[in-house]
Design a protein around this ligand. Structure first.
Ligand SMILES: [Fe+2]
Ligand SMILES: [Fe+2]
Length: 352
């Protein structure tokens, strides 16, 4: 049961209450004035205080005010031999648990005290549960944070590893994947695409030519012009890339973007000759980033064509081969924002 403090300046009442409540299984402490009552309250974890109102010096109402400040959830039962409207009002104002009048009937005292103790203990148990729940939630959030971070790292590592493998297969275009990825993300940012789309574009950029693994190395590294048959071979990299990536469960449509990155607005691209809105925005961005990167990069068989020629290609063919909005964003990115193609491998924090 509970620990109860009885405060009364009359010794007979203190003793009687102590006997009644002890018989109910409570631990009963006593105090004859407000000062002692506060001392006992500070030294003991109380479940209930039953206090007389009229006592020498400080009253039971003073005691209640002081205790409520320190222990707001401690129930206090007020009792008095001279019940008045004022004392009742003060008791209510100070949030007394109950108000009983003297002479106190034994049964009333026991029922009221038992209920108050139960109320306090249930309240404590509820608070304890709330605290544990909060602690659990915090731990869970921390755990999710740690797991998410390690997943992020694993995802980045996988993307970068795959990108490096593609590079090993086609050393003449080393860094092409990541430069396209970095540029495509910047174009997408300019077009205010969502974070999820940016993540998709980053991953797709770094992997977009993954299908080149299936193209014979001598064709990939052949300097100079390709024959028609060789070019047909090169074209298969989008379908192979799609076939490889569609088997991987990713939170973004990476396989489809890879599949479409050589499509052109007028239907002259490959492999399916998609037109306009049939092409995903991510693929339209990838197409422009791919062309700009390729034209501005050195190749073993030719020097860089330069940024001006690359941007001129985009400007001339915007609306025809390249999406107009993507083309404008790209031109603005280079001309106004002075963007320079970045060769470094970037780690990104994916949205989850
Ligand atoms: Fe490609
Ligand atoms: Fe490419």
């Amino acid at each position: 049961m509970g620990r109860i403090l009885v405060v009364d300046d009359e010794k007979s009442i203190r003793n009687t209450f102590q006997v009644f409540l002890s018989n109910e299984g409570h631990e009963v402490l006593i105090a004859e004035n407000v000062e002692n009552a506060i001392k006992v309250a500070k030294e003991n974890d109380l479940d209930l205080v039953i206090t007389d109102i009229i006592m020498p010096r400080n009253t039971g109402i003073d005691l209640m005010e002081k205790l409520k400040k320190i222990y707001p959830s401690l129930p206090i039962i007020i009792m008095t031999g001279e019940p008045t409207v004022e004392t009742a009002a003060l008791s209510v104002k100070n949030k007394a648990y109950d108000y009983i009048t003297k002479p106190v009937d034994k049964n009333t005292l026991i029922i009221t005290a038992n209920n108050a103790v139960k109320y306090k203990q249930l309240n404590d148990a509820k608070k304890d549960l709330e605290m544990k729940n909060k602690e659990y939630q915090n731990n869970l959030e921390k755990l999710v944070e740690v797991r998410t971070e390690s997943l992020q790292k694993a995802m980045n590592a996988t993307v970068i590893t795959m990108s490096t493998i593609i590079e090993l297969r086609d050393p003449y275009t080393a860094g092409h994947e990541r430069r396209v990825g970095n540029l495509a993300v910047e174009i997408a940012k300019k077009m205010k695409l969502s974070k999820k789309q940016l993540d998709c574009i980053y991953v797709t950029g770094y992997l977009h030519d993954i299908g080149k693994i299936s193209v014979p190395a001598e064709i990939l590294s052949k300097p100079g012009k390709l024959t028609n048959i060789e070019f047909e071979f090169i074209k298969t990299h989008v379908t192979y890339g799609y076939d490889v990536l569609k088997k991987v469960e990713l939170p973004w449509p990476v396989a489809n973007v890879v599949y479409q990155h050589h499509e052109r607005m007028d239907g002259s691209g490959y492999p399916r000759g998609l037109k306009g809105d049939e092409i995903m925005i991510e693929a339209k961005i990838m197409a422009v980033a791919d062309v700009v990167e390729a034209m501005t990069s050195h190749r073993p068989y030719r020097p860089s064509l330069g940024l001006d020629i690359a941007l001129n290609e985009i400007e001339t063919n915007k609306g025809k081969l390249y999406d107009e909005e993507v083309a404008n964003a790209t031109i603005e990115l280079f001309k106004k924002d002075k963007y320079e193609i970045i060769d470094e491998t970037k780690n990104i924090v994916f949205s989850v």
